[in-house]
Every structure is written in structure tokens, then in C-alpha cells.
Write a protein that binds this ligand. Structure first.
Ligand SMILES: [Zn+2]
Ligand SMILES: [Zn+2]
Length: 236
């Protein structure tokens, strides 16, 4: 991978990443993630592990919902700790799959969420039970943004554009048919915010955004993302 020149006053930020232990599809340990992103010149990562009923029911150990949410947060804390020595900031994010939006495909529609806090998740451990409308309302009340991930991936359905803040217009998963050009058109047509991310599962860093250096936590990331479309990074 080629190192991209860092712009003055900005850092490279990953917005779509999965850590090992959160789902069977995520294959890279937190420690290795920290090393890889440091090498690629990144200064920030929003960790967006899958949050879905299927994983709660079939992947997590048989514990209470609250304990499962705690486990989910534990993976975020672990990445944060492993990234600290490299000076990489880690924000709590989520890739949420509302159960009611699945067709015969799980997951048919997913949302990348930013601005979550640990307290919020522990108050709402079953977010996947809510409708898109209810999620949008709840997120608006709590300063959280939701962007549909890869809405034109071969097996996905498009969610209601009025009940989301934005769209992932560039998903860098190397093994999926994402149809990113259609995602961009969809975002433009509905005046939705735009972001990009690698959809990191197995080691490929492929896309991200630039954020100002002083974006230090999830709330400030939300403020920055709300202010307009960030410069997107497409790694060579
Ligand atoms: Zn995955
Ligand atoms: Zn993903």
C-alpha cells in the first residue's frame, strides 16, 4: 500500500472496521490492527463491529443482553488500548442491522453509527429490535449519526432515505460487489451526507476520510461529520 501524503492539520480516519472476536467474519486482532493502521499513516479509527440479533442469539455466549453489550464494548476498549501507544484515537461506532429490515437475507440493510457512548448502549442493548424510524428518532435525541452501509451491495436493500443521516458512498471491501457509484448517486439524489470506509475484516485498508486533528472524541466526530462531506480517502 502506498502512503498517502498527510494534509496539514488533518489526520486519516478509518470509519468502517471490524475486530476479531466480534463476528466470525472479522479475522484480525486488535494489536495487529493498531500496527497496520500506524504503518498506513492513520491517526484515528471508528470501530464498527456488527451489532445484530443473529450474533446475539448464535455467536455470543448465552448471557444476558446487558452482558453481551458489555462484551461488545470490551472489544472497543481493547482496540483503544492497543492503539494508544501508536497515537491512534479510537471512537466507538457500530454497524447495526435492524432485524425488521432483513428480507430472506441477513443482513439486508445495515447502518454505520457514530457518536455512541458506552452509557447509551448499556441503556439500549437491543437496538436491533427497533424500526428504522424509531432508531432515527432515538439517535437524533442522543446526538448519534446513522449512515447506511454499502446500500447497493449485491444482496442489500435500500432503506428509507428520509430516516437516515447519510450513506457510505465508498465501501472498500475487496471481496464484495458494492456498486459504489450507485450509492453516490443515491446520496446525491436525497441530499444525504457521504462517508467512505474500508469495511476492514481481513487486513485490507482501502478507504477512509480526513478529519481535523482536534477531533478527539465521538461527539466531536459527529459535529464534524454533520458540518458537511469530509474529504474521502481511496487507498491505492
Ligand atoms: Zn462483517
Ligand atoms: Zn462492515
Amino acid at each position: 500500500m502506498e502512503k498517502t501524503e498527510e494534509k496539514a492539520g488533518t489526520v486519516k480516519c478509518e470509519l468502517h472496521l471490524h475486530t476479531k472476536g466480534s463476528s466470525p467474519c472479522a479475522r484480525v486482532e486488535a494489536e495487529e490492527i493498531a500496527r497496520l493502521y500506524s504503518e498506513a499513516g492513520y491517526g484515528a479509527i471508528a470501530v464498527t463491529n456488527h451489532y445484530m440479533k443473529y450474533l446475539f442469539d448464535s455467536y455470543y455466549p448465552p448471557l444476558s443482553d446487558l452482558k453481551k453489550a458489555e462484551m461488545y464494548l470490551g472489544l472497543y476498549r481493547e482496540l483503544k488500548e492497543k492503539c494508544r501507544p501508536y497515537g491512534i484515537k479510537v471512537f466507538l461506532g457500530m454497524e447495526l442491522n435492524p432485524e425488521c429490515m432483513n428480507t430472506e437475507v441477513v443482513p439486508a440493510a445495515e447502518f454505520l453509527c457514530y457518536g455512541l457512548t458506552e452509557e447509551f448502549l448499556l441503556r439500549h442493548p437491543r437496538l436491533f429490535d427497533l424500526s428504522q424510524r424509531r432508531l432515527f428518532e432515538l439517535f437524533e435525541e442522543n446526538g448519534i449519526l446513522m449512515y447506511q452501509s454499502h446500500p447497493f451491495r449485491s444482496y442489500c436493500v435500500q432503506a428509507d432515505p428520509k430516516l437516515m443521516h447519510g450513506v457510505e458512498v465508498r465501501n472498500g471491501h475487496p471481496k464484495q460487489e458494492n456498486n459504489n457509484e450507485e450509492a453516490l448517486r443515491f446520496a446525491e439524489e436525497h441530499c444525504l451526507l457521504q462517508i467512505a470506509g474500508s469495511d476492514f475484516h481481513e487486513g485490507a485498508i482501502t478507504a477512509g476520510i480526513y478529519i481535523p486533528e482536534d477531533v478527539a472524541d465521538g461527539a466531536r466526530l459527529v459535529k464534524y461529520l454533520r458540518s458537511g462531506n469530509p474529504p474521502l480517502i481511496v487507498e491505492k
